[in-house]
Design a protein around this ligand. Structure first.
Ligand SMILES: [Fe+2]
Length: 302
């Protein structure tokens, strides 16, 4: 289904897979996009019946809308309660990360300045990403339709939420939040191969037909969200869905999971269920090899 973003980008100059750097003037305008679920929280959402939480979400959503009008990111004045949720989750993840996270991720988390004590602002992380890989973050108020979300990656842009999960369930969120984004996703964008890989996926999303888009969604799921990587004879995690959830991260290294060597054809043909723990995960040999396999794959699209 065409989206505003997709149609807005078709008028842009041709964009090749070798264009790793995106200048400010190359960026299309940030316009309103189709959302899967933003204004209505599902009834089983932990914050659905908390009017104070919903009001706070609406306020933070208004900052994202303002960004699309002005192009300027407004830092969020996180409350003490919100900082407390962050500390709770970040501190618990810290120990598991030392054991299971990819060494690159651990270094990136330090370099980015992600602290267990304070919620990072998108603006400060953007300054660091700009120096390292030219990736950038753009605030968004919730889940965006898949093609729009992935297409922005072709401009080295990740749409990122700023709100935080509900305090009643600090260990759980049914949707992306600032914990998932900045602990899970954002550190990995300091990796040049991973950043380029993400850009290739985004490029693919812009030109994919519906079937190819579904396949790309699976590739994204089994790598960006739930990827494992070989490291010195062992296996480490680099997927955001693993790194931002102690339940998923512990589970990924348990006997309940089948860890398979990465095979792109197999991955794009393997369905997944987002509502449960993942029974199958794929282990890439290296970020560079993931990048090159994806480049070859996306070059088949036309
Ligand atoms: Fe994610």
């Amino acid at each position: 289904m065409p989206t505003e973003t997709a149609s807005a980008t078709t008028a842009e100059p041709a964009f090749t897979l070798d264009n790793y750097q995106v200048r400010d003037e190359d960026l299309p305008e940030f316009r309103d996009m189709e959302f899967e679920d933003i204004n209505e929280l599902h009834l089983d959402h932990p914050g659905a019946s908390d009017p104070e939480y919903r009001e706070r979400r609406d306020y933070i959503a208004s900052l994202s809308k303002k960004f699309r009008e002005t192009g300027l990111i407004t830092d969020v004045d996180y409350t003490e309660e919100e900082q407390g949720i962050w500390r709770h989750v970040a501190e618990r993840l810290e120990e598991l990360h030392e054991k299971h996270a990819s060494p690159f991720y651990l270094k990136a988390k330090r370099d980015l300045g992600i602290s267990t004590q304070r919620i990072p602002q998108l603006s400060e992380m953007n300054r660091r990403l700009k120096e390292l890989t030219g990736f950038r973050l753009a605030p968004i108020e919730g889940l965006v339709e898949t093609r729009s979300f992935l297409s922005w990656l072709s401009y080295r842009v990740m749409l990122s939420t700023q709100y935080i999960r509900h305090h009643s369930r600090p260990d759980y969120t049914p949707e992306p939040d600032i914990v998932h984004e900045s602990i899970g996703h954002i550190p990995m964008f300091t990796n040049a191969n991973f950043a380029d890989y993400s850009q290739f996926v985004g490029h693919g999303a812009r030109i994919a037909d519906d079937k190819q888009l579904e396949e790309l969604g699976r590739l994204y799921w089994f790598t960006v969200e739930f990827g494992l990587v070989e490291h010195e004879g062992g296996i480490k995690a680099y997927g955001a869905g693993l790194l931002s959830s102690y339940g998923e991260l512990s589970h990924a290294f348990s006997d309940e999971v089948e860890r398979r060597p990465f095979d792109l054809e197999q991955v794009i043909n393997t369905p997944y269920d987002y509502s449960d723990m993942q029974p199958i995960l794929y282990v890439i040999p290296s970020y560079r090899e993931l990048k090159e396999a994806t480049r070859r794959y996306v070059e088949r699209f036309s």
